[in-house]
Each structure stands twice: as structure tokens, then as C-alpha cells.
Design a protein around this ligand. Structure first.
Ligand code: GLP
Length: 241
């Protein structure tokens, strides 16, 4: 793992954007895995700015999102579909047909995981962006998810639902299920960049980098990835030394 510690979140976002832009410049047809949550928001802002300043184009980039809630419609403001369009896609020149998010249609529940997995098998990711949950989840791979897991439907941890309730009116509104890329899908990406900030993440960051590799703390498995860069602010890195 390569660990980069920045002064603050603004610097984390800039650093992550500079690495992503470098990858797109060296391969304009990049297959990129994208994440939601507050952590990548600054990265997306910087990417939008870089596009507006003609520094980078997403015209040939293809994206694959990590996960999506099940139980809310794609049109719901808190769906990851809405999140991605609001915070990135509608501001850049990525082609709509190159955007992939897991389908969350309940009517197709028996095959949506296999369908998305098939797409991932056909397109190896060059770069995967990740955040980390306070319980160590990556995507929605909650503690206990087996290493070999591929895209599946997950029952969300109570901790995850509590953490994410800040985006909803109350805890009851937070979906109980989601569809997520599995740990194996994530580990197959050629490169990984994980972003974290804030003191609430300090324990999880310590566990991920210094803790023992265990499915009980899914992010620790990233220690086994050959090209994984962790970009942190000082607060989230505060338990490392
Ligand atoms: C969500 C997402 C994850 C994300 C995590 C952390 O539950 N499924 O992909 O990394 O929460 O979110 P945040 O960056 O808002 O702390």
C-alpha cells in the first residue's frame, strides 16, 4: 500500500484528481470504477473543473459504479444513480452509454447481480476509486464478506444504515439492502485509490493499514493488492504513527 498524507481534505481531493487525470491522459479509454459517499465528492469537483478548463476529457472513458441501494427508485435523490449524475456525470462529457451503475429494479432482483457481474467480467477495471465505511466496508462489502465474493445483494449492517442516515430524513428511510461489487471484483482492478478524511475514519484507517488481514474488516484485504494508493488527510491518518 502506498499511503499519501495530505494537509486537509481539499489537498486530498486535489491529489486524487491529479492521479485520476494522469491515468486518463495515459489511457483515454480508461475503465474506471467509481464510488459514492462524501469522500469522493472533492475528487469529482476537481475532475469537473479540470474538464471545464479543457485539461481532461471523459469522452472515451467508461465508468462502473461500485454499488446501489435496493428499495429506492433510481429517481430518488439519495440513489447512487442520482448522486453520480448530480455530482459528476451531468457536468462532464462522458457518453451516457459508457456509464454503468448496478440495476436496482426489484422486478429483476433474481438476475441483476449476475448481469452486473457479467459486465465486470467483460471489462477489466484499470482504476477503482474507493471510500471506506467506519466498519471497514468497501463498496457495500460488510464485515464477514468472503474474499471470493463477486457482485451480490447485501443486507446492510445496522452501523452502515446509521452512518448513512445523515442523507435521509430518518433511519427508517435508509434502505436495508443494496447491490454491490464483491471484494473479488474490486481486487481485480489494476489500480485502486482509496480516499478518506476526518477523525471519525482514523480507527478504520489504522485497522486497514496496520491491522491484520481479515474478512472481519474488509478494507484490510487491500493490503494484498499490488497497486493500491491510500490518500488521507491528517485527521484520518492520526492513529497511524
Ligand atoms: C457508503 C458507500 C461506500 C462508501 C462509504 C463511506 O456506504 N457504499 O462506497 O465508501 O459509505 O462513505 P463516506 O465517504 O460518506 O464516509
Amino acid at each position: 500500500m502506498k499511503v499519501i498524507i495530505c494537509k486537509n481534505y481539499e489537498e486530498v481531493a486535489k491529489k486524487a484528481a491529479s492521479l485520476v487525470i494522469k491515468e486518463i491522459k495515459s489511457n483515454p479509454h480508461l475503465n474506471i470504477g467509481l464510488a459514492t459517499g462524501s469522500s469522493p465528492l472533492g475528487l469529482y469537483k476537481n475532475l469537473i473543473e479540470a474538464y471545464q478548463n479543457h485539461e481532461v476529457s471523459f469522452n472515451d472513458v467508461t465508468s462502473y459504479n461500485l454499488d446501489e441501494y435496493i428499495g429506492i427508485d433510481r429517481s430518488h435523490p439519495q440513489s447512487y444513480y442520482s448522486f453520480m449524475f448530480e455530482n459528476l456525470f451531468k457536468h462532464i462529457d462522458i457518453k451516457p452509454e459508457n456509464i454503468h451503475l448496478p440495476n436496482n429494479d426489484l422486478a429483476q432482483i433474481d438476475h441483476i447481480a449476475d448481469d452486473y457481474n457479467q459486465i465486470l467480467h467483460e471489462h477489466i477495471l484499470d482504476l477503482q476509486i474507493l471510500g471506506i465505511g467506519s466498519n471497514g466496508h468497501i463498496g457495500f462489502n460488510e464485515p464477514g464478506t468472503p474474499l471470493e465474493s463477486e457482485t451480490f445483494i447485501v443486507t446492510l449492517d445496522e452501523q452502515t444504515r446509521k452512518d448513512n442516515s445523515r442523507f435521509f430524513k430518518n433511519l427508517d428511510e435508509v434502505p436495508k439492502y443494496a447491490i454491490t461489487m464483491g471484494i473479488k471484483n474490486i481486487m481485480y482492478s489494476k489500480k485502486i485509490i482509496l480516499i478518506a478524511s476526518g477523525k471519525e475514519k482514523a480507527k478504520a484507517i489504522h485497522e486497514m493499514i496496520k491491522g491484520k488481514i481479515t474478512t472481519k474488516f474488509p478494507a484490510s484485504i487491500l493490503q494484498l493488492h499490488p497497486d493500491c494508493t491510500i490518500i488521507l488527510d491528517m485527521e484520518s491518518a492520526s492513529h497511524l504513527s
